[in-house]
Design a protein around this ligand. Structure first.
Ligand code: ATP
Ligand code: MG
Length: 259
């Protein structure tokens, strides 16, 4: 499904405008990263897409239909959401967490059970081992995987992920990123991924939207951002991954020359 955010703004009473006249589109099957520093409006933008937050101005279209006219329950089925900081329900088992939306949609118990097992397989957590555990009995990476499974539970076409790979060791993070990219491709999802990590965005996304203080400062494909930063802020953001890539390249060449 195609997403279109048109001149969306969100102003909270007594504070500055959290999101200020933001427009962008996400094509069906595309993975777009929404990137920027803390407080720039990423989560607010993401939550306006599935109506967890209503915009103060502007509109969001899903395949041309204004989401404001779609029943929130129907919208939840079409859009999976993974919260910042995972946000699993601590008093529910893994299976119950994943089954929350299907239950809301009044699926039968048997259908939910088989869907939960199918999703646990998809995120590489063996169902027999994990379905009856509680979130506190899982590692951080395993919790993130359950968070993905929960977002995918009702078979949505759109997935909204809020910093899903934060606070993980680099290897686990890399594996989870690759696994998610595979799932995204296999299910032809439309994904908006919020992150503050430019390297992650460069390696994972088809397109990157850079936000600062509620506004979009640049959007483009990873190579376009890397080679043509249109703004000093974007230049600063890509300087670290660029320098690290150069240093690694030098190391590889040096070891090649030594052989
Ligand atoms: N309910 C609220 N009431 C008032 N201000 C809010 C509310 N929620 C968010 N804000 C403000 O809106 C701005 C954007 O917040 P948002 O959560 O979208 O940032 P973010 O980019 O997701 O940041 P982070 O990377 O830290 O998660 C911030 O200045 C925040 O303080
Ligand atoms: Mg946030």
């Amino acid at each position: 499904m195609r997403l279109s955010i048109e001149k969306a703004s969100k102003t909270y009473p007594g504070t500055v405008t959290a999101v200020d006249d933001v427009s962008f589109a996400v094509a069906a099957g595309e993975l777009v990263a929404l990137l920027g520093e803390s407080g720039c409006g990423k989560t607010t933008t993401l939550k306006m897409i599935n109506r967890l937050i209503e915009p103060s101005a502007g509109r969001i279209l899903l395949d041309g239909t204004d989401v404001a006219t779609i029943d929130p329950a129907v919208l939840r089925r079409m859009m999976g959401y993974a919260f910042q900081g995972v946000g699993l329900f601590p008093h529910m088992t893994v299976a119950e967490n994943i089954g929350v939306t299907p239950k809301l949609l009044q699926w039968g118990a048997q259908r939910i059970t088989s869907r939960v097992d199918e999703l646990l397989d998809l995120v590489h957590l063996p169902p027999e081992e994990f379905r009856n555990r509680y979130p506190r009995e899982l590692s951080g990476g395993q919790q993130q995987r359950v968070g993905f499974a929960r977002a995918l539970a009702a078979g949505p076409s759109v997935i909204l992920l809020d910093e899903p790979f934060g606070a993980l060791d680099p290897l686990t993070r890399d594996r989870l990123q690759q696994d998610f990219r595979d799932i995204h491709n296999r299910l032809t999802l439309t994904t908006v991924l919020v992150t503050h990590d430019m390297t992650e965005a460069l390696l994972l996304a088809d397109r990157i939207i850079v936000m600062k203080a509620g506004k979009i400062v640049q959007e483009g494909a990873p190579d376009a951002l890397m080679n043509h930063p249109a703004d000093p802020y974007v230049e600063e953001l890509i300087s670290t991954p660029k320098r690290q890539a150069d240093q690694l390249e030098n190391l590889v060449q040096a070891s090649g020359a030594a052989q």
